[in-house]
Design a protein around this ligand. Structure first.
Ligand SMILES: N[C@@H](CCC(=O)N[C@@H](CS)C(=O)NCC(=O)O)C(=O)O
Length: 366
């Protein structure tokens, strides 16, 4: 990986992951936009993965080490922590209303677009063959087994990410529609301005590169759809990868009207799903079959991590000063997000309790 000059003063990081991974891509995009120098190392299963598991308690990608040897994992708190310690140039909006709504869109991009991204990666033979070969060569070097066997094992395991998240032939079309809708909404935004919030990238751009960079623009089927249906999104992906040095916090005032489709979707689909997941975790279930907006995701795995996501959103809301808090409430109410945000009275995920910064996350996403 080519080194870029560091413009924040933070010492070099090492990022362990895969150059096909959703969240490794998200973290790399953040570091590049921010101007933080890092070196990338594949998280190979022989040497690095056992080390990461021992040091952080999870084998998820990405994991990173700071120059002083401390480990950090989980892109959402990593970005929050780095922004706090290295505020210039800003990626997370300073305006409290923009900041809260950016965190909400980040959560949606991280957790809800994961399902169509996993589906598109592993459903078509074309994509699965290509990417399983890449992944096997990248992270299973030195594992003494034939390549075809490693690919077979990997594909079976990875398809569990979409079946295990409730994707089936009954709802495949709706899962694919989520991607198409997002393309249309983004095409409208990037036909108007280069980034979600104006002339500079911000947290929402970084979050949407999770699914759109290392998945939708790299997997053959969704990449072709993107080129044909939403060329401005295709262009934005490359603009993001090349945005080092263009970050100045040159943003619009307020919440752009073209964010409304996402806020409505978050209110009708994502927050109701998070609420159903929280109830299932409280009931001690391992699987559940949430129905949101008329679509059932049968036999989906429950996720304590996603209870933590809901807790975090509430905590961020409650930490807002009075005036922006009223404004956020108003926006959430107008987009039907308010009721599902508070639907479940008490949340107690137990995730990340007692962790100190820098930190490692105590639970997997799904
Ligand atoms: N919330 C985490 C999610 C990390 C994550 O789920 N990473 C995926 C790859 S993109 C992974 O490592 N999956 C393998 C596993 O869970 O074992 C983050 O933001 O970093």
């Amino acid at each position: 990986m080519q080194q870029q000059p560091d413009i924040t003063g933070i010492e070099l990081l090492t990022v362990y992951g895969s150059n096909l991974s959703y969240f490794t891509g998200k973290l790399e995009m953040y570091l590049r936009a921010k101007g933080i120098a890092y070196q990338f190392e594949p998280m190979n299963t022989r040497r690095i993965m056992p080390l990461v598991t021992r040091e952080t308690g999870t084998s998820q990608m990405p994991a990173a080490t700071l120059a002083d040897g401390r480990w950090i994992t989980d892109t959402t708190p990593i970005i929050a922590w780095l922004e706090h310690h290295y505020p210039e140039p800003p990626i997370v909006p300073i305006d409290p209303v923009q900041r809260f709504l950016s965190l909400l869109l980040e959560d949606y991009a991280d957790e809800w677009l994961w399902r169509p991204a996993m589906h598109h990666r592993w459903y078509s033979a074309e994509g699965a063959l290509l990417q399983s070969r890449h992944l096997v060569d990248e992270i299973t070097v030195g594992v003494p087994a034939p390549r075809f066997l490693k690919r077979f094992v990997l594909r079976r395991r990875q398809r569990g990410y979409s079946f295990g998240d409730g994707v089936s032939e009954q709802n495949r079309e709706q899962v694919e529609d989520t991607y198409l809708r997002n393309l249309d909404w983004m095409q409208a935004v990037f036909s108007d301005r280069p980034f979600f919030l104006g002339n500079s990238p911000s947290l929402v751009d970084i979050a949407f590169t999770g699914p759109f960079f290392r998945h939708f623009s790299q997997d053959p089927v969704p990449a072709e759809i993107m080129k044909q249906r939403a060329p401005a999104v295709w262009e934005w992906v490359a603009r993001m990868w090349n945005c080092h040095g263009h970050v100045q916090g040159d943003w619009l005032l307020g919440i752009p009207a073209d964010w409304s489709p996402w806020l409505r979707e978050i209110g009708t689909v994502y927050l109701p799903y998070l609420s159903a997941n929280a109830l299932a975790v409280q009931a001690g279930n391992k699987r559940f079959s949430p129905t949101v907006d008329g679509v059932t995701y049968a036999g989906a795995r429950v996720s304590p991590y996603r209870v933590w996501c809901l807790e975090e959103l509430r905590r961020q809301y409650l930490a807002l000063p009075e005036a922006p808090r009223a404004e956020v409430q108003n926006i959430l109410q107008r987009h039907d997000c308010w009721e599902p945000l508070w639907r479940i009275e008490t949340l107690n995920s137990g995730v990340n309790e007692g962790v100190t910064l820098p930190f490692s996350c105590t639970d997997k996403m799904v």
